[in-house]
Every structure is written in C-alpha cells, then in structure tokens.
Ligand binder design. Sequence first.
Ligand SMILES: Cc1ncc(COP(=O)(O)O)c(C=O)c1O
Length: 331
Amino acid sequence: MEDRLYSSIGELVGHTPLVELTGFEKEHGLTARILAKLEYFEPSGSVKDRAAFWMIRAAEREGKIRKGDVILDFTSGNTGIALAAYCNALGYRFAAVLQPGVSKERTQILKAYGSIFLEFKDIPGVSEMIRSEGLNFGKFYVLLQKYADEHGYFFINQGTNQANVQAHYFGTGPEIWAATEGHVDFFTALAGTGGTIAGCGKFLKEKNPDLKVIGAQPSPTSRKDSAYPERDTIDGVTAFEGVDEDAVPHFFEEFQIHCDEVLDLDADEAYETGRDLVRSDGLFLGQSAAAAVLAARKIAERPEASGKTIVCVCADNAFKYLSTGIYREDV
Ligand SMILES: Cc1ncc(COP(=O)(O)O)c(C=O)c1O
C-alpha cells in the first residue's frame, strides 16, 4: 500500500503482503521457503474482499445494478461480510441468505453492517424442498433467483460469477508473481467457491507450466457432514475431491483448472498449526489460513521440495473464530 490519501475502501482491495514464514520454517527444519499471502490485510478482513469488490464493479459496468439496489447472495461467511462492506461503501444494500449454524461473530458482524437477514424459511419453496429431498443446490439457486427477481434484488451468485475468478486471475496471481519475481514452484489454497484456486492457478500456470497447484480440503473426518459431527472442522471451506460431483467448484470446469494434487487436512492438525504460528511468526490466523500453512508444510517436507518456493493463501485472521476451538483451551 502506498503512502497516499485514499477516498474509498474500494481503492484498498488487493496488494496484500507476501511474507516468508521464517520462524515456522526454522521450527520445523524446513529447507523449502513458505510464503504466506496475508489476505486479512484486506479492508473487511479476508480474501473475499477481492471477489466481492470485483463482482459489484462488474455488475455496475454491465448495467445490472443502480445505486440504492439490494444485492443478494447465499453466504454468511467472509463473502457476506465483504459484500456488506462494499455495498455500504459503494451505495448499495446487502441481503444475506444465512447458512444454518453460522457463528455468533459472523452474525454480529453482518448486523453491524446493517445487512438484511433472510433465512431458508423466508425463500418460498426452500423449506418444502429440504423436507422432501434435502438441500438440492441446483433447485435452491433457482428459488433464490426467483425470489430476487420478485423483489427487484440482484442475485450476485459468487459460485458462478466470473468476476470472482477474475479478481484472482488479474489480482492475486499477478501479485504473487511480481512479489516472488517469478520464483514460485508450488501454489496451495483451500476452496469455498474455488475462485482463488481457479484464478491464481490459471494465471500462475500460464506463467510457469511446471508450477504445481496443490488444492487442500478438510479430511473426511473433519467435514461438517461427516459421520463425526463432534470433531473439529475447517470453517468456510469445502471438500471438492472424492465427494459428490455437485461439490466440485463450477469454476474448475469452466476454466479447465485441475489441481495437480489435493491434500486431505485434519482440522485438529490445522488448529495446531495456527497455534504454532502464533509463537513462531506472531501470526494469528483463521482456520482455513492455518490449514493452508499446514498444506504448505506437508509439501515442504518432501525431499523434492527442498530449495523450492511454496506460496499459500491465508484467507483471514482469527478474530472471527474466537468462539471456536482453534485457540481455546477450554473447549
Ligand atoms: C475462510 C475462507 N477460506 C478460504 C475461502 C476460499 O475462497 P474461494 O471462494 O475463493 O474458494 C473462503 C471462501 O469463502 C473462506 O471463507
């Protein structure tokens, strides 16, 4: 960020620092470099500032929204918080369709931004669908679109909105390339919509076809829908390999992005990595960010990675997870 005066948080999106985790490397005796892209430096605190800002700007350019309009999406996580922030800053309102079980911190943050809150029962047809066949995402999105049309809302749909991927293809990826001066051998991240992996993966592979894109996901026992609901999970991200086809991010197919490998990560091990990083490098990372560093460590420990550079995306910091088990000893 330059030392100058800015007129809107929109001018502050991107250009987050890339920091070598020297303490962590030393503590674990790693001979590869781990570089962490610290996305909590974004104005609303996460990697999703990029997608939210780019999607709103694209909708404006395409004449799909006018000042004062309400923008709707199914999210109560980082995308919701980012959309709420940029809607307020750019003259719109945000309506969040809340995911069941959303954390206290997230609801409080969305409330603070003055977002409109919608639950499944508010969207006609959704409760009936869940009762008869469970949550069918294809049908759910059709019902959301219908609701948006009837209310004059703009359904921004982060899961299929190309501007989500463009934010990373034109932003995050080039930033990583510039900061490393092209010296990057592995790229690793977790996935929600898959926008980060698709956009960065496509850009970095175009620059260096030998670069390996390593996806990471919660292990089968660390998933919310697993047979072990009492186990810890990695919040805000989903599994996309070895699961139902409709869990594979739409963008992977659209942009022909295939991870060279996908690592299954145990949530408890990710939490431990988070606690490690507090001491080794003074970082206080969120769950998926700590998991991304764990993925980078697993790559760094391989003999073939010695002397190589691994970039991982740290989506957010720990402040939204204080009520979860990651840094608490009493839960
Ligand atoms: C905490 C966290 N980490 C990672 C991601 C992954 O982002 P993407 O949607 O680009 O896959 C998200 C997305 O919501 C997130 O909330």
